[in-house]
Design a protein around this ligand. Structure first.
Ligand SMILES: [Zn+2]
Ligand SMILES: [Zn+2]
Length: 408
């Protein structure tokens, strides 16, 4: 396809796009229906782009880039570049222009610059390179989830990559691997940037499936809504828990990883906490969920302000006012209520006593070493606990039909 053709195509399909967005006069469409389809993402940048006057360029080394702040929405800003001389290069012009990254990504991190030269959603090759700049270690360095990117991906149902920390997209002239010069991004680039986030590691809604999850019901939901302690529920693979969750370190250690997420309280009991039905308990009480989240990391400090209480204790969000919790398997395979019940009982009845021992609960015994406690948290001890639970259930006359946890 000739380049002149590409630069006049509709933003949403393969046809020519003579129509323009009335506000920014930049987005191109073939038809009202394509414009309508594009609007949920286009509206995130249409006015920011319209208000961005090219005449206000601070210096000729500033270029228009698209910022994705951690909180907020995508924002069109001027951003500085600088010329760097490559001493290793023998060629005549060994200078190249690079965007400054520290002021946006922070100086304590290694920046990644991922080039985009193809749009997989539109199956279209780009005429110039776009770079997506983000922190190398954003998944593990405590970076906050990036809500601006989430605003883009939430426009289309699907399951998307967990982007965190500040991110920005910028333009380089040309293709290949070593583009020498920077350039302004335009509305068409924004389309490609959004499509990058909408396609990277994404499971589109057409592949959305129903997933068997488990609810650990709090005291309020059990007493006032007659829900069982462990309840099988169905959710979609697009459920936010797959993007925003906590996990159980004990479950991870025994090779049965889970995602967990606190559910909003039901006003039926949340607004009636003094009801006699609760006696002296709080309806938010969810001991099973609390024990599931005991901290196994000896290096986690006691820092209630930051939400951590340290070794052997659940973080503050799982201590008080917990409410009911949702649990899923990260691989989306079916999770049985009995699996979660076994995990919770294991944490409470089998593992918690070791933690208390290590915390000096059994003096005059010398407290158990933390390594010894960790050594007890393993698949064999969980399997023993699993069979013990099945035996108990059968003794109480319950027909137990749950698949072996590790076979699923
Ligand atoms: Zn179209
Ligand atoms: Zn527009």
């Amino acid at each position: 396809m000739a380049s002149s053709d590409v630069s006049s195509l509709c933003f949403a399909c393969d046809k020519q796009g003579p129509r323009r967005c009335a506000k920014c006069k930049s987005a191109r469409y073939c038809s009202p229906s394509c414009q309508k389809e594009d609007w949920p993402t286009h509206k995130l940048v249409c006015s920011s782009f319209s208000n961005h006057a090219l005449s206000k360029r601070p210096t000729d080394e500033h270029f228009r880039v698209l910022l994705f702040p951690v909180d907020g929405k995508p924002e069109v800003i001027w951003h500085a570049s600088r010329w760097i001389v490559d001493d290793q290069d023998d060629e005549e012009d060994c200078r190249f222009q690079s965007f400054e990254v520290d002021s946006i990504l922070g100086s304590e991190t290694f920046p990644i610059r991922t080039p985009i030269q193809h749009n997989p959603r539109l199956n279209r090759n780009l005429l110039n390179t776009i770079q997506i700049c983000y922190r190398d270690t954003f998944l593990v360095d405590g970076s906050k989830p990036n809500r601006s990117v989430a605003r883009v991906t939430s426009t289309r149902p699907g399951l998307y990559h967990d982007w965190s920390g500040p991110i920005f997209a910028c333009g380089k002239i040309g293709l290949g691997i070593d583009q020498q010069k920077c350039r302004d991004l335009d509305m068409e680039d924004f389309r490609h940037i959004f499509d990058y986030f909408l396609s990277y590691n994404a499971i589109p809604a057409t592949a959305a499936q129903t997933i068997k999850a488990v609810r650990i019901n709090c005291f309020g939901d059990q007493k006032m809504c007659n829900r069982p302690a462990f309840e099988s529920v169905e959710i979609l693979s697009t459920d936010p828990i797959f993007n925003d969750h906590d996990t159980s370190e004990i479950a991870n250690r025994i090779g049965f990883p889970i995602f967990t997420h606190r559910l909003p309280p039901n006003p039926v009991w949340a607004e009636d906490q003094d009801n006699k039905i609760f006696k002296n308990f709080n309806p938010f009480n969810n001991q099973d969920a609390t024990f599931l989240h005991l901290c196994c990391d000896p290096n986690v400090p006691f820092n209630p302000a930051a939400g951590t209480l340290g070794w052997g204790l659940a973080s503050t969000q799982w201590q008080t006012y917990v409410g009911s919790a949702l649990v899923v398997r990260p691989d989306m395979k079916p999770l049985h209520p009995l699996h979660v019940e076994a995990l919770c009982k294991y944490c409470h009845n089998d593992i918690w006593p070791f933690f208390s021992h290590s915390l000096g609960e059994y003096t005059p015994e010398e407290p158990m070493k933390q390594e010894a406690v960790l050594a007890m948290i393993c698949r064999p001890t969980f399997v023993i606990s699993w069979y013990k639970l099945l035996d108990e259930k059968r003794k109480n006359g319950n027909a137990v039909k749950a698949p072996y946890p590790y076979d699923v």
